[in-house]
Design a protein around this ligand. Structure first.
Ligand code: CP
Length: 362
């Protein structure tokens, strides 16, 4: 049995296979209309969502299956104190596959460790959002035609933007990708992303102050919302919330083939005047999310049918119980019964990273 907790759970070949399957689904909708007949998706959403939850729901319905779950954890026994571990053990009795969103970083991994059915991470705090990444890849494929040798600018909240982290990880599997990081000092990409993902995979990246200075270089401009809900300090949010606003004037130097992506929701970082520009791909991107989630669920259910054994999600060289995670939003610091586990850093510098959220120990 396989789960999707992080984009790196899929090999480059598997990523390509899922994108190709999504393209086939788009071209042959009828062919897939009953392939999940009798299957049930459980959507466990502990945090608000429009696109992800509803696209998972629409995806399973278009495959001929059914959907159960909750859109607000307060309406479930979570409000009585039930843990993620217990919840997924219960849901494993009712469904064939789980899509879970949670505000605690590492929650999806804890779910996978306790589940008898495949778990899909539909976003865990500011850590990871691998199905948005599949959506972004399908959009890049349909709009630009390739993943290799693209220059992509990430603009806005690169610190808390889980979609940015996941997409950079996935793109690190491709050749000749150039990444331009456009963010205020307070919202820069976390160090583990720069060192363990970009440096170790040879991603050519640079940090700049304005989108104007790099606009003519870009194949893709990936805009993001400043994630108000992740800030501990409201004054800090007020200082950075309007850092970057894309408008038609700023687009004047962009190339004709450049595409603007945004995981959405937007607040004010793209003015509505941009929506009518043919380079604005963010609403087409939303629809791609449904098709790619259809492809992903099909593959995970097929893999579970072929091998239903529980994968060991803790690497052999991990250490347990010796440290505490430095991230106060990590599930290991919040939920009872979640043991702190650390793996050696990919930089092989003798340091460790939290298995759940990739932060350093305290
Ligand atoms: N892109 C995305 O995750 O949107 P939702 O929060 O609406 O699911």
């Amino acid at each position: 049995m396989r789960h999707l907790i992080d984009p790196t759970d899929l090999t480059k070949e598997e990523l390509n296979e899922i994108i190709d399957l999504a393209l086939d689904i788009i071209a042959n909708r009828e062919k897939y209309s009953e392939v999940c007949k009798g299957k049930k998706l459980a959507t466990l959403f502990y945090e608000p969502s429009t696109r992800t939850r509803l696209s998972f729901t629409a995806a399973m319905m278009e495959l001929g299956g059914n959907v159960l779950g909750f859109a607000d954890a307060k309406s479930s026994s979570v409000s009585k104190g039930e843990t993620v571990a217990d919840t997924v053990q219960v849901i494993s009795c009712f469904a064939d596959i789980i899509a879970m969103r949670h505000h605690e970083e590492g929650a999806a991994l804890v779910a996978a460790m306790n589940s008898r059915i495949p778990v899909i991470n539909a976003g865990d705090g500011s850590h990871s959002h691998p199905t948005q990444t599949l959506t972004d890849l399908l959009t890049i494929k349909r709009e630009i035609g390739r993943f290799d040798n693209i220059t992509i600018g990430f603009c806005g909240d690169l610190k808390f933007g889980r979609t940015v982290h996941s997409l950079i990880k996935a793109l690190s599997r491709y050749e000749g990708v150039k990444v331009v990081l456009i963010a205020p000092e307070q919202l820069r990409l976390p160090d583990y992303m720069k060192h363990e993902v970009c440096d170790l995979n040879g991603i050519d990246y640079k940090e700049v102050e304005t989108m104007e200075e790099v606009m003519p270089e870009l194949d893709v401009l990936y805009m993001t919302r400043v994630q108000k809900e992740r800030f501990f300090d409201e004054d800090e949010f007020e200082r950075v919330k309007d850092s970057f606003i894309l408008d038609p004037e700023k687009l004047k130097t962009a190339r004709p083939h450049m595409r603007i992506l945004h995981p959405l929701p937007r607040v004010n970082e793209i003015t509505v005047e941009v929506d009518s520009d043919p380079r604005a791909a963010y609403f087409r991107q939303v629809e791609n999310g449904k098709f790619v989630r259809m492809a992903l669920m099909l593959r995970l259910l097929e893999w579970a049918k072929a091998d239903n054994s529980k994968p060991d999600l803790v690497p052999a060289d991990a250490i347990r119980g010796q440290h505490v995670c430095s991230n106060r939003r990590c599930i290991s610091n919040i939920e009872n019964g979640v043991e702190a586990i650390f793996r050696p850093s990919a930089e092989k510098d003798g340091a460790y990273r939290c298995l759940y959220c990739e932060s350093r120990p305290k």
